[in-house]
Design a protein around this ligand. Structure first.
Ligand code: TRP
Length: 460
């Protein structure tokens, strides 16, 4: 976060003041108890915040369809930090999500100068290959390139009508020197995030985007834009229940009975209202107070829990009438693992992280050199115990390598009570990491010649 209180998605600086971020940007806390079979990152509070995750959980409980989307910047090598999002995508996939992966080749071109051809090669060899090894199911995964999916670019262009330079300046800090390609990158990402909802990409359903907090500006932008396109707003009614209000725009005026001269065509307006009233009564509400003239329908008996189903119905009606009918994306946010030198993890600093194709020797050397929470002497360590909050070996067991909660708790107890020395803890980490990396490399070998199974037809 920079001093203007902004998050810069392209900076290697990462804010870790998570409580402040939740507060400032209105995120919700994740309660892993409400998740079906929570994954390791959920149970350990690593996935700490969300927007509208409840919408997705509800779909899981009802075995209803939903999508998960992630994107990758095809530059540099894939490291442990990148695997966290894939771990979550896999969790959503195992709970029924179809998965879309955006290769941000246009963004890499705009912000890193990576050519499209190099971006393509890196994406497949380095990222898709590891995603396969990490367990994504090729039957339910579609990888595409921003540069070769016209509908994403078309959305980027058309939805651009709903924002402007001032908003971009305030969200991203863009200024007069910002290149026009860079300026377009966030809109392309908006296109990435919303397009799986289009009828030809799976249709209207919730889409969840697990990200690191650095990507939240794009999610805020996307949510803001989708909401501006919606033809109906469902709000909480002051005296209890919900309100549906028309959002009149250039594109829907005529559907909503507004004549060219601004007067109201009551019969056209009433047709829309009858349709909505029928839909609402099919949902089981009998007290429906309709005011076509003012463009409002009140449902006193509806509760906040009914909001998302009512919204879905209205979005599909909006689509029938020719609107986009877009839902705001859901999102989850994970904490960043510490870099091995106590600083931030970064591809450009190989010592700060473990690459997924590091050799066992490289990994071992990095773990041995990593910051530990041990005391200066053995005597002091036995007496005072180690500090897990800064100990890289412990942190990496927790974030990546030890999926057994009991085993992890035992390690923690032994370390904090001084029974386990920093060197012993590093050896445990090395042992688990060896197993993890070997396993991954075997699975990479299995997928070597089959990566095209992950590519969408327009990516082949
Ligand atoms: N901007 C992301 C990054 O820097 C990549 C990305 C592109 C992305 N489109 C996305 C991430 C959609 C999540 C969702 O890594």
């Amino acid at each position: 976060m920079n001093n203007a209180g902004r998050i810069d998605p392209w900076s290697s600086e990462q804010s870790t003041d998570y409580a402040r971020i939740i507060d400032q940007f209105g995120l919700s806390n994740v309660d892993s108890d409400i998740l079906p079979k929570p994954g390791m990152l959920h149970r350990r509070g690593v996935v700490f915040a969300h927007r509208d995750l409840d919408v997705v959980i509800d779909r899981i409980h009802r075995s209803a369809s939903f999508g998960a989307l992630t994107g990758l910047m095809p530059s540099g090598k894939m490291h442990l930090g990148h695997s966290m999002v894939i771990e979550q995508v896999r969790w959503f996939q195992e709970h029924g999500a179809d998965v879309t992966v955006a290769v941000a080749d246009l963004e890499a071109l705009a912000t890193r100068g990576t050519s499209l051809s190099l971006g393509r090669e890196t994406a497949i060899r380095e990222y898709v290959h590891n995603y396969a090894a990490l367990g994504l199911d090729p039957e339910k995964t579609n990888v595409y390139f921003q540069s070769s999916r016209p509908v994403v670019q078309k959305l980027a262009f058309t939805l651009g009508k709903r924002t402007n330079l001032s908003e971009f300046e305030s969200i991203y800090g863009f200024h007069g020197e910002t290149s026009l390609s860079h300026l377009q990158a966030p809109m392309v990402q908006v296109g990435d995030i919303v397009h799986p909802q289009l009828d030809e990409f799976g249709g209207l359903r919730p889409i969840v985007v697990p990200v690191g907090i650095d990507q939240d500006p794009h999610l805020r932008l996307t949510r803001d834009i989708t909401q501006k396109t919606n033809w109906f707003n469902v709000k909480i009614r002051k005296s209890g229940g919900l309100n549906i209000a028309l959002s009149i725009q250039d594109t829907n005026q005529h559907h909503f009975g507004i004549n060219n001269d601004g007067s109201l065509d009551m019969s056209a307006r009433k047709m829309v209202f009858t349709e909505i009233e029928n839909t609402i009564s099919e949902l089981g509400f009998s007290d429906i107070r309709s005011n076509p003239k003012h463009g409002v329908i009140e449902i006193p008996g509806a509760t906040i829990q009914d909001r998302s189903i009512i919204r879905m119905k209205l979005l599909s009606y909006e689509r029938e009438m020719g609107g986009l009918g877009l839902m705001p994306p859901s999102s989850t946010y994970h904490r960043f693992a510490v870099g091995m030198n106590g600083d931030k993890m970064s591809s450009s600093k190989p010592e700060s992280t473990i690459f997924l194709d590091d050799s066992i020797e490289q990994m071992e050397r990095k773990v041995k050199r990593a910051i530990s929470g041990g005391q200066p002497t053995v005597e002091e360590h036995r007496r005072l115990g180690g500090d897990i909050s800064i100990d890289v070996a412990y942190q990496y067991l927790k974030f990546f390598f030890e999926d057994d909660d009991l085993a992890l708790a035992e390690i923690r107890n032994d370390y904090e009570s001084g029974r386990l020395l920093a060197g012993d803890l590093k050896n445990i980490c090395i042992e688990k990491a060896t197993e993890w990396l070997q396993n991954l490399s075997e699975r990479r070998a299995m997928w070597e010649d089959r990566l095209s199974e992950y590519l969408a037809p327009d990516a082949l």
